[in-house]
Design a protein around this ligand. Structure first.
Ligand SMILES: [Zn+2]
Length: 202
């Protein structure tokens, strides 16, 4: 096997994005469907309905196989391992060959590498944003629970007051904690929306 020089997974993955169905079929994987909502027999380990493609299949080659109750999943490269038993290096070489990258010149490889770096940076940035959003959401949920507790507590006090003075409707003003919790929740929701609209304008 001719060594691949310095072309690696990031570069080949970049070039393969959007082309996984063609790659898999050309390399001999028989896909029953490319719909990610349909369960089919696994092209590797058979069965009846244990296999399905991910919604991002064309871009990433991602798949999920229930196996014998032992779920496996991976990207377009690893499906070649699951079906044909190829090692990661064999998977890389086969996809690179199919895409004509094994004979790519240095300039073409450099372009692919830059593109791969940019794509990875973007994926990391997206993951970081998602983490931040998840943190904001969980903080917001905690504030909402606290507010709910405080409201329940006030309602309890109000019911007690009704019982104590059965002839009068007694209204207990919102507790100070309750008001500040409501304000905090309000601020967090506004901040969250500000983030979304800022994101949409980028
Ligand atoms: Zn399988």
């Amino acid at each position: 096997m001719k060594p691949l020089n310095y072309i690696g997974f990031p570069e080949v993955r970049t070039a393969a994005a959007g082309r996984w169905e063609g790659i898999h079929r050309a390399l001999g994987i028989q896909l029953a469907t490319t719909s990610h909502t349909k369960h089919t027999p696994c092209p590797g380990c058979g069965g009846r309905d244990r296999f399905r493609l991910d919604a991002t299949y064309q871009d990433t080659g991602r798949w999920i196989c229930g196996g014998g109750g032992d779920t496996q999943a991976g990207d377009g490269f690893s499906l070649l391992g699951h079906v044909f038993g190829w090692t990661p290096l064999e998977q890389l070489k086969a996809v690179a060959d199919y895409l004509g990258l094994s004979s790519a010149n240095d300039k073409e490889r450099e372009t692919l590498r830059r593109k791969a770096e940019a794509m990875q940076a973007k994926m990391q940035e997206d993951a970081r944003r998602l983490d931040e959003q998840a943190l904001r959401d969980s903080n917001l949920l905690m504030e909402l629970r606290e507010l709910e507790d405080q409201i329940r507590h006030r309602q309890y006090l109000q019911r007690q007051a009704h019982k104590a003075t059965s002839l009068y409707r007694v209204c207990i003003t919102p507790l100070e904690d309750e008001l500040s919790a409501a304000c905090a929740v309000n601020t967090m929701i506004l901040e969250s929306y500000a983030h979304y609209s800022a994101g949409a304008n980028q």
